[in-house]
Design a binder for this molecule. Structure first.
Ligand code: NIG
Ligand code: FE
Length: 409
């Protein structure tokens, strides 16, 4: 057995428990001063007062130098496997084109679809693995990754195989989501219903058969898939044995969050334009709000009413949404800053939103998301004395050392 001691922790801040934190629990963090953590074979065994353990008895000693330690961050929403980039859209954006204008003109997601279809599996893996390396450096130790830039059976399976390889070979813990319903592919232009039928009959069962995803997700949005199509797709996904996610109310509220609540989806994501009826449904259905403030920032959009959702008893998570179009940043620390500055959440509410709540929203709440006995030893030593500092400084990477399953990465 390998024994590791993380000593000299000035401040340890963590939510507690393996469940989604809602209402007043969202801001309930434990804070311990001057402690050390005992890790055995990558699992947290206990938290002791500083100096309690004899360092000589350990195989490895990591000195936190009196700094802040939190759980490793969990990014519950990314699209990090993609071909090419879309920097040319920046000029269009600056000239005033909206996200859906670019998509309707055959650009946007469809541009990335062309480049992803053209890329080899090896190219996609190497590019994605480099993103995961960078994310670990920012303190992210678990992330969800969606397919959705292939939009044919073969190219969606190709993306999912890339995600599966990351899961097996990379230090990051990766949770795969099938998102074949990310856009209507050019081959099905004007035939959205037929595309949904194709996904339900031919692709969802195959993804299940090959064990390549845990969740299914759909982009329920004006000019993409409507609420009826979303219902059909999510019903097929559930019957096949998947848990459900939905991109809803990002630009227009067309019934996606009401559907999410009614179907008890695990999470509804974006929520910029959510209405009271959507919030009521989500609270009722126990659906987590996956909020993406860096996307609001990049789109120049308004911000999801995260504070109101907490008041309504909806568990709130904050994710990066890293993708080549609406959020070309994988820095979850920026989303942390925006969570405070734009959502007006407290640092404690934000810490919950980037640890245990997204962990639960990707079915990993019993493994990661808090620093407690029995959980995987994923944690960040910060160049900060407290989490307020992480929320306050922006633009720098404040992660000092990142520990994954008890090892420095
Ligand atoms: O979550 N909104 C839909 N999908 C992504 C954007 C994908 C893209 O623009 O490439 C998102 O923002
Ligand atoms: Fe997304």
């Amino acid at each position: 057995m390998k024994k590791t001691l993380v000593k000299n922790i000035g401040c340890l801040q963590t939510p507690v428990g393996s469940y989604s934190h809602k209402g007043s629990k969202q801001g309930a963090n434990e804070k311990y001063s001057n402690v050390e953590i005992v890790i055995e074979d990558g699992i947290i065994r206990r938290i002791d007062a500083s100096g309690k353990n004899d360092a000589a008895q350990f195989d490895q000693v990591i000195d936190a130098e009196g700094k802040l330690v939190t759980p490793g961050l969990v990014d519950g929403h990314t699209h990090l496997v993609f071909g090419g980039y879309r920097q040319h859209e920046l000029a269009m954006k600056i000239a005033g084109a909206g996200y859906l204008d670019i998509l309707r003109a055959g650009g946007g997601i469809l541009d990335t679809v062309r480049k992803t279809r053209d890329a080899s599996e090896e190219e996609l893996y190497n590019k994605s693995a480099a993103f995961l390396d960078e994310m670990l450096g920012f303190g992210i130790t678990t992330c969800e990754v969606k397919s959705g830039y292939g939009l044919t059976k073969e190219s969606e399976l190709k993306m999912l195989r890339v995600i599966d390889r990351m899961k097996k070979e990379h230090a990051m813990d990766v949770v795969p989501t099938f998102m074949g319903a990310h856009a209507i592919p050019p081959e099905y232009e004007g035939r959205g219903d037929e595309y949904i039928e194709f996904l339900c009959k031919e692709v969802i069962p195959e993804v299940k058969e090959q064990g390549l995803a845990e969740f299914c997700d759909i982009f329920c949005e004006e000019a993409v898939f409507d609420a009826g199509q979303s219902r059909t797709y999510l019903q097929a996904a559930r019957e096949t044995g998947f848990d459900l996610k939905i991109h809803a109310d990002e630009i227009e509220a067309i019934g996606g969050t009401e559907l999410a609540g009614e179907m008890k989806a695990t999470s509804a994501e974006h929520l910029i334009a959510i209405k009271e009826s959507g919030m009521d449904a989500m609270a009722e259905g126990g659906t987590t709000a996956m909020c993406l403030p860096a996307t609001s920032f990049y789109l120049g959009a308004t911000y999801a009413p995260a504070k109101r959702m907490i008041e309504k008893g909806i568990p709130v998570a904050i994710a990066s949404d890293f993708n080549p179009g609406s959020c070309p940043s994988l820095n979850l620390q920026l989303a942390i800053n925006l969570g405070c500055l734009k959502y007006r959440l407290t640092p404690e509410e934000v810490l919950t939103a980037v640890t245990i709540n997204p962990a639960c929203a990707i079915n990993r709440g019993d493994v990661v998301g808090t620093i407690e006995s029995g959980k995987q030893a994923d944690m960040v030593i910060w160049n900060a004395p407290d989490f307020e500092m992480v929320c306050y400084r922006f633009g720098s990477n404040l992660a000092d050392k990142v520990i994954k399953k008890g090892e420095l990465v």
